[in-house]
Design a protein. Structure first.
Length: 320
């Protein structure tokens, strides 16, 4: 029952330092988190209003603060295995960072309820790295992403959320770099529990007005083929050793192409085509990849209404 207003700042996302094997660079960005939970057990995040009104991800804001440009970090730049081409370009596109709600430390956080929150102008609306979570009855109005579950998210219920004016991914599930299988003790390596992604139900959510937020220009709007623009996205692992996302039920959801109802453009009525490339994308990071050993498995779709994107409903057959 809290109101959190204007929680973001212009900052440097510094991913340099000892032990940083994945990125190894720093960049200018908009960053900030409204509600942050680390290692939480049996908790509720309910009925909050989390709104950013000042730092919106517009072209003007990007140019004013040189967002996305690489800069010096605390340690020398040393590109890691997820930094391909970044130093050569001197720029990253994901300069809108932070989350309205973030639950992290995935091997500790569990039994979490995120319900009834209103989120406006977020980078990532609800960002989950946890097990046994109920995410229900929330509204995300304007954001790069609506609901994201990664880095070892098992047994989630994501239901009855309203996601409007989302510009990249409405609902995203994928194994992150922190995801791993269980392992017994071997030599100097201690035993560890699993930290896998899957066993999740996604039901009765609405994704509407996709691509009509503040940052579509930086994503699908930046290319004619609307690259990467998916209302529902189910990706492979970030690293080859990440176990795949498995066993997800997707039922009773809607992706609604609001452009078909007509929109005003410079005072004139227009009926533009859909701004999402696919309503559902399942596969590797990059549609051109031919190999995907950690692609999602065991996804089941039923009773959904998905308005097709510019390329169709889905890049693969949606099996019940």
């Amino acid at each position: 029952d809290c109101e959190i207003i204007n929680y973001q700042r212009v900052a440097v996302d510094d991913r340099t330092g000892p032990g940083e094997n994945h990125y190894g660079y720093a960049f200018r960005c908009i960053d900030g988190t409204g509600i942050l939970v680390r290692g939480g057990v049996d908790l509720s995040i309910a009925n909050n209003r989390i709104i950013e009104r000042n730092l919106l991800p517009t072209r003007e804001m990007k140019e004013q603060h040189q967002l996305g440009g690489l800069t010096e970090g605390k340690y020398p730049t040393n590109p890691g295995d997820l930094a391909r081409g970044v130093v050569e370009r001197g720029y990253v596109g994901n300069w809108h960072q932070g989350s309205a709600i973030l639950v992290t430390e995935p091997e500790k956080s569990r039994h979490v309820r995120v319900t009834g929150n209103y989120i406006e102008n977020a980078a990532q609306g609800i960002d989950l790295h946890c097990d046994y979570a109920v995410v229900s009855g929330n509204t995300v109005n304007h954001g790069m992403m609506g609901v994201k579950a990664t880095h070892g998210c098992r047994n989630l219920i994501i239901s009855e959320n309203l996601l409007t004016h989302i510009d990249l991914w409405g609902i995203l599930l994928n194994p992150g770099a922190a995801s791993h299988t269980a392992r017994g003790a071997e030599g100097e390596q201690p035993a560890r529990n699993q930290n896998v992604d899957g066993g999740t139900v996604i039901a009765n959510n609405i994704i509407s007005d996709y691509g009509y937020g503040h940052q579509y220009w930086n994503w699908g709007g930046a290319s004619k083929d609307q690259g990467g623009s998916y209302a529902f996205a189910f990706f492979e692992g970030q690293l080859p050793e990440n176990p795949p996302l498995t066993d997800v039920i997707v039922t009773g959801n809607m992706v609604y192409d609001s452009g078909r109802d007509g929109v005003l453009e410079d005072g004139e009525l227009a009926t533009p085509g859909p701004r999402h490339r696919w309503a559902v994308y399942v596969g590797p990071w990059g549609e051109g990849k031919t190999e995907c050993p950690t692609c999602p498995r065991g996804l089941h779709f039923s009773n959904n209404l998905f308005h097709p994107g510019s390329q169709g409903v889905s890049n693969i057959p949606l099996e019940p």
